[in-house]
Write a protein that binds this ligand. Structure first.
Ligand code: M6R
Length: 366
């Protein structure tokens, strides 16, 4: 049932081209120039005119929520708040009619997310679910929703569930942007084209697996690691760090790259691997400076760059290239090398990759 793969996690990483294709199939068409999610369509006015969108989730799904915050604000100009479900529900939050609450959950059974939704419902919010497991509790309690269609995810470490969540959230933001006229038609079309090109780009990226394994071999004995990114790559840094800690038991922290100088830089020495997302786009030069700061303190840089990059290549210890795409979709591609790095490091350390100690696939207790 692992389809020839040694672990479910690896199988699920490799399923991503198909999973992402399944998550947009029938929901967008670049040639005809449209995107439409069945769960959003009947409520498009309600969601597009929300006073604000509150997104609640836990763990990896919370990282997808952080990416979505950029999407909804940038493409649809709707104010967004992202909350850990567990914090949200216990702090007497302000929820009003006119708020749209989106819950993101692979399992659809996470106790804190479910309880937070119940509370939001009592306060009159409109509830929308982005869920993988069909018929799960969260899919039933929400007013509407869209399934990610990632297929069953068995490995405790979330991989394809995350990238399909981000895919879906990008589509939702595009729909809302179109409705609100906040997205330029050219940009909209480019996003559609790039979305359809994603599965092939992921296939290309997966060809780097053996090379990524050789990098993993060099850092498998690290005791600490830092992950840095800016903009939508910041949540990817958090996700990279979570993936490493949960399956390899190496302590790892994700930070917005600019925050490094406010503390974490003190940790950097020749034993510290620093994983950086340094892809083309608005933040590129700033990230290059952050890399220089790490190198000046002898830290090891493993950078994710856009294919064809030369500047970072010249200063980093290792670079992993991803195909060029619209900046909005970079998080989907950039997260995959981190999944593979964590996977190989965990295997080399003899860890139980699919069922790490102390963890359950779905956290149904509070
Ligand atoms: O099923 P959910 O998406 O609600 O689960 C949320 C978290 O428990 C989950 O993402 C967890 O952090 C994973 N182990 C991360 O890989």
């Amino acid at each position: 049932e692992k389809g020839g793969y040694e672990h479910f996690m690896l199988k699920e990483i490799y399923e991503q081209p198909r999973a992402i294709h399944d998550s947009f199939r029938g929901r967008l068409n670049a040639k005809e120039g449209w995107v439409s999610l069945g769960g959003v369509k009947p409520y498009i006015k309600e969601i597009a005119n929300a006073d604000r969108i509150v997104i609640i989730a836990c763990g990896t799904s919370w990282h997808a929520a952080l990416v979505a915050e950029y999407y909804f604000e940038d493409l649809a100009r709707i104010p967004v708040e992202v909350e850990y479900a567990s914090e949200f529900r216990y702090r007497n939050p302000i929820i009003r009619k006119g708020d749209v609450v989106i819950a993101i959950s692979q399992s659809g059974e996470t106790a804190d997310t479910l309880a937070a939704l119940k509370m939001a419902k009592e306060n009159g919010a409109f509830l929308f679910g982005i869920v993988n497991v069909v018929g799960s509790s969260i899919s039933r309690i929400t007013d509407s929703g869209s399934y990610t269609h990632a297929g069953p995810e068995i490995g405790v470490a979330s991989t394809k569930a995350f990238t399909t969540q981000v895919t879906l959230l990008a589509m939702m933001a595009m729909m809302l942007g179109k409705e609100r006229n906040t997205i330029a038609p050219k940009r909209f079309q480019k996003l559609l084209d790039e979305m359809e090109a994603l599965p092939d780009k992921i296939e290309t990226l997966l060809e780097s697996n053996d090379y990524i394994e050789t990098i993993a071999a060099q850092y498998k004995d690290a005791t600490n690691a830092l992950y840095l990114g800016r903009g939508t790559a910041f949540p990817i840094a958090l996700e990279g760090a979570l993936k490493l800690k949960e399956i390899s038991y190496i302590h790892a922290e994700g930070y917005p790259a600019a925050e490094m100088k406010h503390g974490p830089i003190a940790l950097i020495d020749e034993n510290m691997p620093v994983f950086v997302i340094a892809t083309e786009g608005e933040n590129y030069e700033k990230v290059v400076s952050n890399i220089q700061e790490v190198k000046a303190r002898k830290g090891k840089i493993i950078a994710i760059v856009t294919k064809g990059d030369t500047e970072v290549k010249a200063i980093a210890d290792h670079t992993i290239s991803i195909p060029s795409t619209d900046e909005v979709l970079v998080p989907i591609l950039a997260t995959i090398p981190f999944q593979l790095l964590s996977y190989h490091i965990a295997v080399m350390r003899g860890c139980n990759v699919d069922q790490p100690r102390n963890l359950a696939k779905s956290v149904t207790v509070e």
